[in-house]
Design a protein around this ligand. Structure first.
Ligand SMILES: [Ca+2]
Ligand SMILES: [Ca+2]
Ligand SMILES: [Ca+2]
Ligand SMILES: [Ca+2]
Length: 493
């Protein structure tokens, strides 16, 4: 035998030993396929299954997400030489693992697995992590069938994977009252929702959703912080623009998790009641004024000079078109706050006649404030008829918002000459006086003219008669047959 042959025989011998040992080891039941980490005193087997409801397990009992490979050699419950007995120990759980899982060998792949057969809610009953079931841990005893006195112990860690099976939900209902003057950016309220799922399945964000066909939809005016649920003022609020008896906004907020591929969501509607703030001043109000946003745009009053008497309230009028009406100066806070109003004279045109007048303020039953304007120092009629007074209505608040109206004076004929307006209502008698006066004058003038015409006609007739020709006289004599001696004496023949 040569050296070369000897080497070949030795190599074959060692290969045979190695192969034999490997085959023997691989075929040994209860051996781990790969050495798991030692997480304790025992070797560990790490597995994972998804949480499942009863319906899940009924509908999809063999879904791979509800089972996990048990990486042990051998065939479970087989009587073959590789047969083994698997016995989970009830040492870490209150429930028996063998009631939750079945331990079986898949016939087609010949691999061992554990399969979930009882529902598991990983999320617990509350949003707290305390009652979550993230892992099931137990000791697994494995005994080869060929020798049950040999047993291998493993610590099994079955991780329960989360499934997005919970919608986020708001923990309460929300209602808040704010003032319309609350600045943009202010936090109105904070909403909060919970989701019992894990990680992205429980990662929630908030957003505002528009409410179709709702006049009180607040989506344009408010915003919500996506992460923290802080509801903030987005645009300036306006109490006055809300309908009467509906001074509130409905803000619909959605909360949504980040579960894939189908996130889950829910909604809440926050009722935000808006109260009035002092953002508007007083306004003058009278029938027929030109209104702008509920207030008289250019409030203007007038008075006849004849209605102005010392220490007596001046009767004022307002005019619409050609119609004038006696009216009081009245003003009110445009807010619903009913702030107190004070009237004052701020100027006259021409200047310097302020002190000729006094003005006082009284509150009326309807909540308006009324101004009483008096002449306290005489002014001649011509000066008065060119005078204009500016009157201020001012809120008695620290903001001192105000509105201004003017009062001008005119002579009665000025009124009729400049547009033919007339005073109606209470002052109709005065208007009738003017009309009667004019009528009387017209009649008098007409009678006078008639008399003049008549007299003129008489004079003309007389004059014509005196200038009648002689032939006519002869004819008259012949016809009548009378003789006129005097005439004959002077008539040449
Ligand atoms: Ca969820
Ligand atoms: Ca879940
Ligand atoms: Ca207001
Ligand atoms: Ca006000």
């Amino acid at each position: 035998m040569t050296l070369k042959m000897l080497k070949m025989l030795l190599s074959a011998f060692f290969m045979c030993i190695v192969l034999t040992s490997k085959v023997t080891k691989a075929q040994k039941a209860c051996d781990p396929i790969d050495n798991g980490p030692y997480l304790g005193v025992l070797p560990s087997l790490l597995m994972s299954v998804s949480e499942a409801t009863e319906e899940d397990l009924r509908m999809y009992p063999l879904d791979p997400m509800f089972s996990s490979e048990l990486r042990l050699m051998g065939v479970i419950d087989s009587v073959s030489p590789n047969g083994m007995i698997i016995t989970p120990q009830m040492d870490y759980q209150l429930v028996d693992p063998s009631e939750i899982f079945v331990f079986e060998t898949d016939a087609s792949s010949n691999r061992n697995r554990i399969r979930l057969v009882r529902p598991i809610d990983r999320d617990g009953q509350t949003a707290s992590f305390d009652d979550d079931i993230n892992t099931l841990k137990f000791t697994l005893k494995c005994q080869p069938k060929y020798n049950t006195s040999l047993e291998r112990l493993y610590t099994v860690h079955v991780q329960i994977l989360d499934k997005n099976d919970n919608s986020p939900h708001f923990v309460e209902t929300y209602e808040v009252e704010i003032n319309e003057l609350l600045p943009v950016g202010s936090t109105v309220i904070t909403v909060s929702a919970e989701d019992r799922d894990l990680n992205l399945d429980g990662n929630i964000t908030y957003s505002v959703v528009q409410i179709a066909n709702d006049l009180n939809d607040g989506s344009r005016l408010f915003d919500v912080d996506a992460l923290h649920g802080n509801v903030k003022v987005r645009n300036p609020l306006d109490y006055e623009s809300l309908p009467v008896n509906q001074k509130f906004y409905n803000l619909r907020i959605q909360v949504q998790d980040a579960g894939m591929p189908s996130p889950m969501s829910s909604f809440t509607t926050v009722k935000i009641t808006v109260t009035d703030g002092d953002d508007l001043g007083p306004f003058f109000q009278y029938t027929g004024c030109q209104e702008h946003k509920g207030a008289c745009a250019w409030p203007e009053y007038s008075a006849y000079t004849k209605d102005v008497q010392k220490n007596k309230e001046i009767r004022l009028m307002t005019t619409k078109g050609t119609e004038s009406t006696y009216a009081d100066i009245q003003a009110k806070d445009m807010d619903s706050l009913s702030s107190e109003i004070q009237f004052s004279i701020i100027a006259t045109t021409p200047r310097g006649f302020d002190l000729h007048f006094s003005i006082s303020t009284t509150i009326m039953a309807n909540g308006y404030y009324r101004a009483t304007l008096n002449l306290v120092s005489e002014i001649d009629t011509n000066t008065l008829s060119n005078l204009q007074i500016l009157i201020k209505a001012e809120e008695a608040t620290f903001r001192r918002r105000h509105a201004i109206a003017s009062v001008r004076f005119m002579k009665p004929e000025e009124n009729s000459n400049t547009g033919g307006s007339s005073v109606s209502g209470q002052q109709t008698s005065s208007g009738n006086e003017i009309t009667s006066l004019n009528l009387g004058l017209i009649i008098a003038v007409a009678v006078a003219l008639t008399l003049i015409v008549c007299l003129s006609l008489v004079v003309i007739v007389i004059a014509c008669r005196r200038r009648s020709p002689p032939d006519d006289k002869k004819n008259l004599m012949t016809t009548s047959g009378h003789s006129n001696g005097a005439y004959n004496e002077h008539t040449p023949l």
